[in-house]
Write a protein that binds this ligand. Structure first.
Ligand code: WA2
Length: 276
């Protein structure tokens, strides 16, 4: 191939990659916005009403009926803040006890620290509502898993939507969790981090099923030539694959992705597929 033809191929790959990256980013953004709206719904109809107007059945039904608004998520869940002093009364009221995540399997190297924190826990974040596909997380303390814990602490300090790196969820699928905090209604918009931490009362999480839903999204884009897409979390030096199998060599185009959490970085890498 002459250099002009190579340039032309590169341009065509770049425009296809950008189109895919923009589409993925838009769908991510739309999903995140709707998660924030769900956090406001919980604040309005659960925390600001006595008695609450939301129970698990109501939440699950509403979440299911509005799932089309969150195209990259496979479910949502809501965890509530419970202090150690409130624990007993909370458990009696719910009719179940707060459980640690990952305690059924034998502890791995990273789990000892989590268990230790848990023994002296001052507070918990048990899930009380979940979309049906994630009913199994109800009663689990989201502060007892490293990724979920980091997300919750970061979300409530910042007041913004935050993301985990891709990790293996309780259902053994690869996922990314996005978290929005629900605050006591009197928190001013310009509150300081310390005030935010104190005023947090719950955490709304969206579960992004990147494996399945990114695939579905990319499939909708027809192209003459097959194109291989990989998505990475490039926040740390050792990048984490979010989507794709990273095979192939040759021309590779990198498109930037912005998923709305400034402390995480993502990239889309595109190559032409095998010649038919
Ligand atoms: N939801 C579903 N499966 C999981 C999980 C999770 N977290 N963590 C591990 N597997 C209620 O950020 C608050 C949801 C956490 C939200």
């Amino acid at each position: 191939m002459n250099s002009q033809a190579v340039d032309k191929r590169r341009d065509s790959l770049a425009s296809m990659c950008d189109e895919r990256a923009r589409m993925l980013q838009d769908q991510f953004n739309v999903s995140m916005n709707h998660l924030q709206a769900l956090a406001i719904l919980v604040s309005t109809f659960h925390h600001s009403k006595n008695p609450s107007a939301i129970d698990q059945m109501t939440f699950a039904r509403y979440a299911e009926r509005t799932a089309f608004e969150r195209p990259l998520t496979s479910g949502v869940a809501y965890a509530v803040r419970v202090t150690h002093a409130e624990r007993e009364q909370f458990e009696r009221h719910q009719g179940w006890s707060i459980k640690k995540m990952y305690s059924s399997k034998s502890p791995g190297p990273g789990d000892a620290a989590v268990a230790e924190i848990q023994e002296t826990a001052e507070e918990y974040a048990p899930v009380i509502f979940a979309q049906d596909a994630y009913k199994h997380v109800i009663s689990f303390d989201m502060l007892s898993g490293n990724e979920d814990r980091d997300n919750i602490l970061r979300a409530r300090k910042s007041g913004k939507g935050v993301l985990t790196a891709p990790f293996k969820l309780l259902n053994n699928r690869l996922g990314v969790i996005s978290t929005y905090t629900v605050y006591k209604s009197e928190l001013p918009a310009n509150a300081r981090p310390q005030e935010r931490i104190q005023a947090a009362i719950g955490y709304l999480g969206g579960i992004f099923d990147v494996e399945a839903l990114v695939h579905k999204l990319l499939e909708q884009l027809a192209s003459k030539e097959s194109i291989m897409v990989n998505v990475y979390d490039t926040t740390n030096e050792s990048r984490i694959s979010m989507y794709g199998n990273d095979t192939g060599s040759g021309m590779c185009i990198v498109s930037m992705l912005n998923f709305g959490d400034p402390s995480r970085k993502h990239e889309m890498h595109c190559r032409f597929g095998e010649k038919p």
